[in-house]
Design a protein around this ligand. Sequence first.
Ligand code: RIB
Ligand code: CA
Length: 327
Amino acid sequence: MTQARKKIILDLDTGIDDTLALAYALGSPELDVIGVTGTFGNVVVEQGVRNDLALLDLFGRADVPVFEGLPHASTKDSFATLDISRFIHGDNGVGNVELSESERKAETVSAVDFLVESVRKYGDDLVIVPTGPLTNIAAAVEKDPEFASRAHIVFMGGALTVPGNVTRWSEANINQDPEAADLVLRTCADVTMVGLDVTLQTLLTTAETAVWRETGTEAGRILADMTDYYIRSYDVTAPHLGGCGLHDPLAVGVAVDPSLVTTLARNMKVDTEEPTRGRTIGDDERLNDPNKNACVAVAVDVDRFLGELMDRIGSTIAAAKQHGEGS
Ligand code: RIB
Ligand code: CA
């Protein structure tokens, strides 16, 4: 008997590694990507949504709907892309690689409403994978009193056993909206945190992107070109790593197969006050609560994940070629 595919919503700030997360999900036979919700972060939300629509066209998956999310953190009244994000992801979020603009538009339903409705409809058959600030997810928690108890969330963000990558304390996705992340970590019943503890152990080099380019396909070339841009930024900001961090695709990998990581069961919170604003840390007030709502990834099977990544992104590239040839 074939197993039903797990439904997944990706909440992306697209972003080069967000693109790799999308390609990983689309190439995973266990997953049914029912929608992409856009958030701000690596780029403004409108640019992220444009990227999502263009990438779905490129991968031959224009059937996947895209929903626009909130434009900034609830504690702020605007958002502007940080210089460091432009350096890492390029001005357009995809390494300044040109994508053909999609003729499709985002759906008229908002990202938050889509998240709320999908959790109500699919319950345990759905996993949500946020790979940007947790602003849309926190808004869904606030909108629907049952969302927190029913949603299954595997997010990329935070750092428990290693320093942050924006400040000493704070990882980029948490740093954009610490209050949202704090609400999600304190209230949601089933949260898996895939943070820098593990994502900086999974690295990609130009040896792997060359494999995509050598497919001779448009999707392979575009993925290789944008990821090489990302790798070059790591060569400047973190040369000791010897590659780029596979942050966002690892979160999708864990959503497909939790055995890729070892986790600690913890009750977590986010510091919202200086000097440690943005730190993901155990919640001292819930330390002795036997019910732990979060699993924090602290170790990863690097070789197995890299194998899965190359297989699954390879499948997406191959399917894109087939779709392009057939149309
Ligand atoms: O810290 C890494 C995270 O920040 C990734 O999700 C990356 O895409 C950026 O959003
Ligand atoms: Ca991201």
